[in-house]
Design a protein around this ligand. Structure first.
Ligand SMILES: C[S@@+](CC[C@H](N)C(=O)[O-])C[C@H]1O[C@@H](n2cnc3c(N)ncnc32)[C@H](O)[C@@H]1O
Ligand SMILES: *[C@@H]1O[C@H](CO)[C@@H](O)[C@H](O)[C@H]1NC(C)=O
Ligand SMILES: *[C@@H]1O[C@H](CO)[C@@H](O)[C@H](O)[C@H]1NC(C)=O
Ligand SMILES: CC(=O)N[C@H]1CO[C@H](CO)[C@@H](O)[C@@H]1O
Length: 245
C-alpha cells in the first residue's frame, strides 16, 4: 500500500515541480510568506462558516478565567488575520503574536471591526520562543490552526505554560492526524502531506498534537477529538479544548 501512496505523492511532486524548484533555489519561502495572508484570508472565510458553532462553544467559557479585577489578558499566538476576535468577550485585552509580519493589514481590519476588544499590541515572534511576552502575564492564551505549522510542539506548549498565570487557561482548536490509518482521510493526509506542507507555509497534516498536550505540564486538560463539518477532507480530524496551568 505504501507504493500506492508513493505513486500519488510522485504525481504531486511533478505537478508542483516549479514550486519545488523555487524552494530549492531558496526563494519560495519569501514568496509564500508574502502570499499567505491573502490566501489564508480566503480559506478562513470558508473555514469560519463551518467552525462558527464549535468556536462559539469553545470560547463561551473564557470569562471563567478573568482576573480578580474582572479583566482578561489574552494572548493569541499565530493570530493570522484575526478570525477569532469576534468570539472573545467584551473588554478582553488582546495581545496578538505571529511569526509573519505581513498580516498587519488584515489584522488591522479585523481589529477595527472588533471594537468590543482592547488591543495591546502585535508581537512578531515565533510561538516556540516568545521572549517579548513576560512570564505569568496572561490569563488566557489562544491558538487555532497554529501547531500544524510549528515543528517543535513541546516547545510551544512550554512557552504557553510560561506566559500563563497560575490557573490561566490555554484554548486550542487544531487539525490533526487521523487516528485511524485505514480511512480515506488518513490516505489523503499521507499522500498530500509533502506537497501540502511546501505550498501552505509548513502546515503539517499529520500532527499528533493531543499526545504533546497530554505530556505537557498543564494541571488539567479538557480535550475532545471531533470531525469538523464541511471542511476539506484532509483537515477533518480536529482536537478542541483547553488546558489549565
Ligand atoms: C493556518 S494559520 C491560522 C491563523 C489563525 N490562527 C486562524 O485560526 O485563522 C497559521 C498562522 O500561524 C502563523 N505561524 C506559523 N508559524 C508560526 C510560529 N512559529 N510562530 C508564530 N506564528 C506562526 C502563520 O503566520 C499563520 O498566521
Ligand atoms: C487584571 O488585568 C488588568 C489589565 O491588564 C490589570 O490592570 C489589573 O491589575 C489586573 N488585576 C489583577 C488583580 O491582577
Ligand atoms: C472570517 O474571518 C475573517 C477574518 O479572517 C472575517 O473578516 C470574516 O468576517 C469571517 N467570516 C465569517 C463568515 O465569519
Ligand atoms: C461550560 C463549561 O465548559 N464550563 C467550564 C469552564 O471551565 C471551568 C474550569 O475548568 C469549569 O469548571 C466549567 O464547568
Amino acid at each position: 500500500m505504501s507504493l500506492f501512496i508513493l505513486t500519488f505523492q510522485l504525481i504531486l511532486y511533478l505537478l508542483a515541480f516549479p514550486i519545488y524548484v523555487l524552494n530549492f533555489i531558496g526563494i519560495w519561502d519569501k514568496i509564500i510568506k508574502k502570499l499567505f495572508p491573502a490566501l489564508l484570508f480566503r480559506l478562513t472565510e470558508m473555514y469560519n462558516k463551518s467552525m462558527e458553532g464549535i468556536k462559539r462553544d469553545l470560547f463561551s467559557n473564557l470569562s471563567y478565567f478573568e482576573n480578580a479585577s474582572k479583566e482578561i489578558n489574552l494572548l493569541e499566538i499565530g493570530c493570522g488575520t484575526g478570525a477569532n476576535f469576534k468570539f472573545y468577550p467584551n473588554g478582553c485585552k488582546i495581545t496578538c503574536l505571529d511569526l509573519n509580519p505581513n498580516f498587519q493589514s488584515y489584522l488591522s481590519k479585523s481589529q477595527t471591526e472588533s471594537d468590543h476588544l482592547k488591543f495591546e499590541g502585535f508581537v512578531v515572534a515565533s510561538a516556540d520562543n516568545m521572549t517579548p511576552v513576560p512570564d505569568a502575564s496572561m490569563d488566557v492564551v489562544v491558538c487555532t490552526l497554529l501547531v500544524c505549522s510549528v515543528p517543535n510542539t513541546p516547545k510551544v506548549l512550554d512557552e504557553v505554560w510560561r506566559v500563563l498565570k497560575p490557573g490561566g487557561a490555554f484554548y486550542f482548536l487544531e487539525h490533526v492526524a487521523s487516528t485511524d490509518d485505514s480511512t480515506l482521510v488518513s490516505y489523503l493526509q499521507r499522500i498530500l502531506n509533502p506537497t501540502w506542507r511546501l505550498c501552505l507555509d509548513g502546515c503539517d497534516l499529520r500532527k499528533t498534537t493531543w499526545k504533546d498536550l497530554e505530556k505537557a505540564k498543564f494541571s488539567e486538560l479538557k480535550l475532545r477529538h471531533i470531525q469538523a463539518p464541511n471542511v476539506i477532507k484532509p483537515i477533518t480530524p480536529h482536537i478542541v479544548g483547553y488546558a489549565i496551568k
